[in-house]
Ligand binder design. Structure first.
Ligand SMILES: Cc1ncc(COP(=O)(O)O)c(C=O)c1O
Length: 426
């Protein structure tokens, strides 16, 4: 692989052209293993950022891609429809909360969030109300496009640079009570205050249910989410749930909102939708939202990406839904959760560990000192695993098909990193 070319000319996520960090050349992937060009195998602890839930090179997903590409890989969606989209949307609606009846297919998680915000704005516009604000939580993350950044934590994110360019929204304190802790009613106080003081100008609340991902890997109490739904109803504000990271079983439920037994007005999904094969996302809306939007001045929802409902991606996503329908994910995520609950507390004793947390197929070790990326990445590769931390967060969200020995190896590698001074020196 021409790594010198890569270093010189190709931007990777959040990297510098001046001081590019080492990139490891992957030549193939199979099941839970990533194969490096030199033949070394790494156990994947990231599911390629939450997406490859069924593992890599899955025969059922491969077959769906092969079969679809021989028919057509893409066709425009304006004025045309096709089976891959119809089949996928049928399955999506059968999995999603039953009040959601309309699906808008888009290309990435960030775009699904943009779409959800536009839907909420058009909804109030159609009702003749000016509601230009969104209420969200601190420590949240919703993507890298501008509107998505504007509802991402303004301080702890990588986005504080763009502050002057972004619309100003309202941020409530993030929940403090962890998923497994005793619920503290006062957790909702700030959210309630913000909503009651500003509800007349708030189009929607947008948040990540139960797990705040890239903004801090925080796993919070379902009663917070339940309270949010009740308050949205009380103050007549729409609720958008961003399940782009949590959707499709990752937290041990098909959708994280099921932990709180609530339904959103608008739901965003992406990432694991195609099990990481291709980029595809969806924004689902209730009939009340969709019909109000379309009854407004524009007479339609004003969005239509070129690659909307890409048939190849839809066919693979349908195949991924078929795998989920076999219901093995429930046992698989339960087993991973059990292993994290046994293995992670042992790391808590370490002086560099501030906290450990887990839920479903997610395990997090928060450290007291930021990691040295170059050093920790090299150590993980040496240990035969692929884990990519950021800041003080070493987190794992392995493919659901991971076996106990894979999880053990991931946690052992984290322990090894904690014991290596290099991994925490600046
Ligand atoms: C909760 C959440 N929302 C939105 C996004 C953005 O998705 P994408 O990177 O596909 O644009 C992410 C990505 O990490 C996410 O975790």
């Amino acid at each position: 692989m021409d790594l010198a070319f890569d270093r010189r000319h190709i931007w990777h996520p959040y990297t510098s052209t001046l001081t590019p960090l080492t990139c490891y050349p992957v030549s193939s992937a199979q099941g839970v293993m990533l194969q490096l060009e030199n033949g070394e195998q790494l156990i994947d602890g990231m599911s390629s950022w939450w997406s490859a839930i069924h593992g890599y090179n899955h025969p059922h997903l491969n077959a769906a891609a092969h079969s679809q590409i021989d028919k057509m890989s893409h066709v425009m969606f304006g004025g045309i429809t096709h089976d891959p989209a119809i089949n996928l949307c049928k399955k999506l609606l059968s999995f999603a909360p039953d009040n959601l009846q309309h699906v808008f297919l888009a290309d990435s998680g960030s775009v699904a969030v943009e779409v959800s915000l536009k839907m909420a704005l058009q909804y109030w516009h159609a009702k003749g109300e000016v509601r230009p604000k969104f209420l969200t939580l601190r420590d949240g993350y919703h993507g890298d496009t501008f509107a998505a950044m504007s509802v991402t934590d303004p301080d702890n994110s990588m986005h504080s640079l763009y502050k002057g360019f972004l619309p100003q929204h309202i941020f409530a304190a993030s929940p403090k009570t962890g998923f497994w802790q005793e619920w503290d009613e006062s957790d909702l106080d700030n959210f309630r205050t913000q909503l009651s003081e500003n509800h007349c100008e708030i189009a929607a609340v947008i948040l990540e249910p139960i797990v705040q991902g890239a903004g801090g890997m925080r796993i919070y109490h379902p009663k917070f989410l339940k309270g949010v739904r009740e308050l949205c109803d009380e103050f007549g504000v729409l609720l958008i749930l961003d399940e782009i990271a949590t959707g499709f079983g990752r937290t041990g439920k098909m959708f994280a909102c099921e932990h709180a037994d609530i339904k959103p007005d608008i739901l965003c999904v992406g990432k694991a939708l195609t099990s990481g094969y291709m980029t595809l996302s969806a924004t689902l809306a209730s009939s009340e939202v969709a019909d109000t939007v379309c009854g407004g001045e524009a007479g339609c929802f004003m969005h239509g990406p070129t690659f909307m409902a890409n048939p190849l991606a839809c066919a693979v996503a349908t195949a991924s839904m078929e795998l989920l329908e076999q219901n093995e994910w429930q046992q698989q995520t339960k087993q991973i959760e059990q292993l994290f609950s046994e293995l992670l507390p042992k790391l808590k004793q370490h002086e560099l560990v501030a906290d450990v947390r887990w839920l479903g197929a997610i395990g997090v070790v928060e450290t007291t000192t930021p990691v040295n990326m170059e050093a920790i990445q090299a150590l993980f590769v040496e240990q035969g695993v692929w884990i990519r931390p950021f800041g003080k967060l070493i987190y794992m969200m392995p493919p659901f098909i991971s076996e106990p020995q894979h999880i053990q190896k991931l946690v052992d590698a984290v322990e090894c990193a904690l014991n290596s001074e290099e991994c925490f020196s600046s």
